[in-house]
Design a protein around this ligand. Structure first.
Ligand code: FAD
Ligand code: E0Q
Length: 459
């Protein structure tokens, strides 16, 4: 579509996806206006001054490259080579994510990333309205109702609405009033709390900087990602309520003593690194986790949802933002390829819907893998064999984690190939203790017979 064919574009939400999408479309010469419920973070600061960070992987980086922003963002990141697993007895083990330092992920500051994207979008010509949230839509009249931070309402015309207003999307709510989206919301039953490991006295990182730290404890866990200011953001993931495994849960952490006791028992090596544990615990909100599935993401040629608004997922693969960024590129490409909005939305949804469902499912699976299996002998043997097969058959066998994090193979293909590989690994590892006990020539034959060559490149 040309800017003349498209008409003006209204984006709802200036978070990670909205600000990148505004950049991509403004760079193409479209007339882009963005409405954001919260204040301009360049004036008001973000997240109450807290540092929240995210893992950026190849899919997200690729999208930033498309916007010409990869170098600028990359300069703000900290490399994470693998997961550093902290066992209950205090010993640690680095499990590399990739084959070498060309296969790593990056910890990026959410607030600063958002600022860079807002600046880029404005440079490209997008216009922003902060403190103005969508409150309702009249699709017949192509009018929308907005509410400012003092509760004052106003109405405006729109031509087309692109919804990047996150998991609680107001645009989704408005669309569901005029069409059946087939919405299903599945709470995980676990929540999260963010805590901080500040820099050491001498200003250095207190623990290994180039890793994603993880304290897996069966039904729950802590993780920590490094910040470029040499602190770490720790996230405790825990069931919300009591379960039959008798595991700790947020409901029983009402007193300081209960919080301290949990950390003394389960996270003893982490406790001394979080000096403001009790303060952080009381002051930071408990976040909720859920998966949101929709059968449809668009309404006629008038509105479409992207990112968390369309497919919020649990965070355990570190792919929510990466997937949202991939959505933005896919929508921009669909706009390039089609000549009306109805066709753009159809193409976009056809390309992305099943892939979003695939990463939602893999993210759920990764929680169980993370908290429960990274210290399990069967798992480690299968992982070792998987990595060996990836070396022996680089054109066919690629760990699922690598397909998701280091490649841009569609998520649904990564899931499908991951299933085939997992079945093969299980078959050859069952009953075995050591890699030396496995009949490698037989495994090689099976790989050649059962696993098709990987797509040569991702484009
Ligand atoms: P958001 O970032 O939520 O942005 C939505 C924007 O819309 C906000 O600015 C909001 O203020 C605005 N808005 C809301 N309502 C309205 C309205 N009515 N009108 C106008 N504006 C509105 N992803 C990764 O890739 N890697 C990770 O390591 C990772 N870790 C995570 C850890 C946790 C604990 C959680 C919860 C998520 C994590 N994610 C991660 C997922 C990631 O945060 C989301 O997928 C990503 O933020 C989605 O971007 P978005 O733009 O769709 O939504
Ligand atoms: C990553 C990077 C919140 C979060 C973000 C992540 C990851 C995890 C566990 C979590 C998955 C992994 N992971 O280590 O397998 O790779 O982003 Cl909990």
């Amino acid at each position: 579509m040309t800017p003349e064919q498209s008409g003006p574009i209204t984006i709802i939400g200036a978070g990670l996806a909205g600000s990148l999408l505004a950049t991509l479309l403004a760079q193409r010469g479209f007339d882009v206006e963005v409405f954001e419920k919260r204040g301009d973070p360049r004036r008001s600061g973000y997240e109450g001054g807290r540092s929240i960070n995210l893992a950026l992987a190849e899919r997200g980086l690729h999208a930033l490259r498309q916007a010409g922003l990869a170098a600028e963002i990359h300069a703000q990141t900290v490399m994470m080579r693998g997961r550093m697993v902290h066992f209950l007895d205090g010993h640690t083990q680095l499990q590399r994510y990739g084959k070498d330092d060309s296969e790593v992920i990056w910890s990026v500051h959410r607030g600063r990333l958002n600022l860079s994207l807002l600046d880029a979008a404005e440079r490209a010509g997008a216009r922003f309205h902060f403190n103005l949230g969508l409150d309702g839509v009249d699709f017949e009249q192509r009018r929308m109702r907005l509410k400012d931070s003092r509760g004052q309402e106003q109405e405006r015309d729109f031509h087309v609405l692109l919804g990047t207003d996150g998991a609680g999307s107001a645009l989704r709510h408005a669309m569901s009033g005029v069409t059946e989206l087939g919405e299903r919301f599945e709470p995980l039953g676990h929540g999260y709390k963010e805590l901080e490991i500040p820099p050491a006295e001498d200003g250095d990182f207190r623990i290994e900087p180039n890793a994603l730290h993880i304290w897996p404890r069966g039904g729950y866990m802590c993780i920590a990602l490094p910040n470029s200011e040499r602190s770490f953001t720790v996230t405790l993931f825990l069931p919300n309520e009591a379960n039959d495994q008798g595991e700790p849960h947020f409901g029983e952490l009402g007193s300081d003593d209960a919080v301290t006791a949990l950390f003394e028992r389960d996270f003893a090596d982490l406790l001394p690194q979080v000096p403001e544990l009790l303060h952080d615990f009381r002051h930071n909100p408990t976040g909720l986790l859920a998966t949101l599935y929709l059968d449809r993401w668009h309404y006629r040629d008038q509105a479409v949802l992207l990112g968390d608004a369309a497919h919020a997922m649990v965070p355990f693969h570190g792919q929510g933002m990466n997937c949202a960024f991939e959505d933005c590129v896919a929508l921009a490409n669909a706009i390039d390829a089609e000549s009306d909005w109805g066709a753009v939305f159809d193409r976009f949804e056809r390309e992305r819907h099943d892939n979003a469902e695939a990463i939602q499912q893999m993210a759920l699976e990764n929680y169980i893998e993370m908290r429960d299996r990274v210290d399990d002998a069967d798992y480690l043997l299968q992982r070792e064999l998987g990595r060996l097969l990836a070396e022996r058959h680089p054109d066919r066998f690629l760990p699922r984690y690598s397909m998701v994090s280091f490649r841009r193979i569609p998520y649904a293909v990564a899931r499908e190939r991951g299933e085939q590989q997992r079945a093969l690994l299980k078959r050859f590892c069952d009953g075995k203790q050591r890699i030396e006990d496995i009949d490698l020539p037989a495994v090689d034959t099976a790989v050649l017979a059962e696993i098709s060559p990987l797509p040569a490149n991702d484009d």
